[in-house]
Design a protein around this ligand. Structure first.
Ligand code: NAD
Ligand code: TYD
Length: 339
């Protein structure tokens, strides 16, 4: 019989790409538990909703009764937890939902694992738990946890809780920490889709500070393949960093998008910086390469061109996520900065 995985947060950006990959490339059955916050969108899974190996459940990972029902009626091989509040700028406006979903939500899942016994729990964490780098060096799995934003702090708190549960209750857990992802179905509050969609509409492109902050980009499909390998073959109670060694300053990323779209650089606006803005992220992914033989397959230039094409060809998906709530958020975040 095919094994069943509970994927939480599967209606978000990385989760929907992961579910699509699993249904395409494996015979796992997948239960997607997602609260459908502003970032969750079932439009992103339209093409798989009728797949017999896929089931969607709407709910909050903090709901212990719902978790008892799912874990009590299904024999799960694993839980892969993508569910989280994920946007640094929103965590600066209000950290409450980050404490709820990222910390309490993770503990709620761990408690359910304790009650029911699930073979393996995989947490999708982030390289942002390590804080910020200067001009040199890269984050390794033994870099200290020094989160700077409320988002990063909530993810670090979850990681620490997971290891405490593993140690205390003898659970099989594993954590991945990946760098910045880009790809199809990413919510346009994040840099790359926001810039593509604004540029397509000839709207200003708000670059924080002087644009020299560096992010280490990875295509979401490379991340998803890595997650599957860590879930299936990673060592218990270990952290695996994931990254594609693709450092880009924000201004260079934005200029590359404009060039691909044939739009003028005069659309760029340098705006007031994000408070506590991390200067540079760079991930050393040597461990997952050595232990599991994982290698990224995408090249940034080609993948960015594909993604620009994807957003251009899928205006209805973009329209479905840019609701009134998105417009309100956009106004709060950018109106003053752009005027
Ligand atoms: P996203 O914001 O696009 O999606 C998050 C999903 O989680 C949404 O579908 C939302 O409805 C759901 N969700 C939120 N709170 C929930 C709750 N309490 N119960 C159930 N569902 C809930 O996020 P993403 O970019 O796909 O990120 C997924 C995971 O990967 C997160 O844990 C994030 O920290 C991590 N991560 C993201 C990146 C990145 O570049 N996007 C990089 C490294 C790690
Ligand atoms: P983001 O996509 O929010 O990811 P993270 O903050 O988790 O790395 O931002 C990526 C980089 O782009 C970050 O340095 C902040 C910058 N940025 C802008 O300059 N303008 C924007 O409008 C946004 C959303 C981000």
């Amino acid at each position: 019989m095919a094994e069943t995985l509970l994927v939480t947060g599967g209606a978000g950006f990385i989760g929907c790409n992961f579910i699509r990959m699993l249904l395409r490339e494996s015979d796992y059955r997948v239960i997607n538990l997602d609260a459908l916050t502003y970032a969750g969108n079932l439009e992103s899974l339209r093409d798989v909703e009728d797949n017999g190996r896929y089931q969607f459940v709407r709910g909050d990972i903090c709901n212990a009764e719902l978790l008892d029902y799912i874990l009590g009626t299904q024999e799960l091989s694993g839980i892969i937890n993508f569910a989280a509040e994920t946007h640094v700028d929103r965590s600066i406006l209000d950290a409450g939902p980050f404490v709820h979903s990222n910390i309490s939500g993770t503990v709620s899942l761990l408690e359910a694992v304790r009650r029911h016994g699930v073979r393996r729990y995989l947490q999708i964490s982030t390289d942002e738990v390590y804080g910020s780098l200067g001009a040199e060096g890269r984050f390794s799995e033994s870099s200290p946890l020094k989160p700077n934003s409320p988002y990063a702090a909530s993810k670090a708190a979850a990681d620490v809780m997971i290891f405490a549960y593993a140690q205390t209750h003898d659970l099989d857990v594993v954590i991945t920490r990946c760098s910045n992802n880009f790809g199809p179905y990413q919510f346009p509050e994040k840099l790359i889709p926001l810039m593509i969609l604004n540029a397509l509409e000839d709207q200003p492109l708000p670059v924080y500070g002087d644009g020299t902050n560096v992010r280490d980009w990875i295509h979401v499909d490379d991340h998803c393949r890595a997650i599957r390998q860590v879930f299936e073959r990673g060592r218990s109670a270990e952290v695996y960093n994931i990254g594609a060694s693709c450092e880009m300053s924000n201004i260079d990323t934005v200029k590359a998008i404009l060039a691909l779209l044939g739009k003028p650089e005069s659309l760029i606006r340098f705006v007031t910086d994000r408070p506590g803005h991390d200067q540079r992220y760079a991930v050393d992914a040597g461990k997952i390469k050595r232990e599991l033989g994982w290698e990224p397959q995408s090249s940034f230039g080609k993948a960015l061109a594909d993604i620009v094409g994807w957003y251009r060809q899928n205006p209805s998906w973009a329209a479905s996520v840019r609701s009134g709530a998105y417009r309100n958020y956009y106004a709060t975040q950018y109106q003053k900065r752009l005027n």
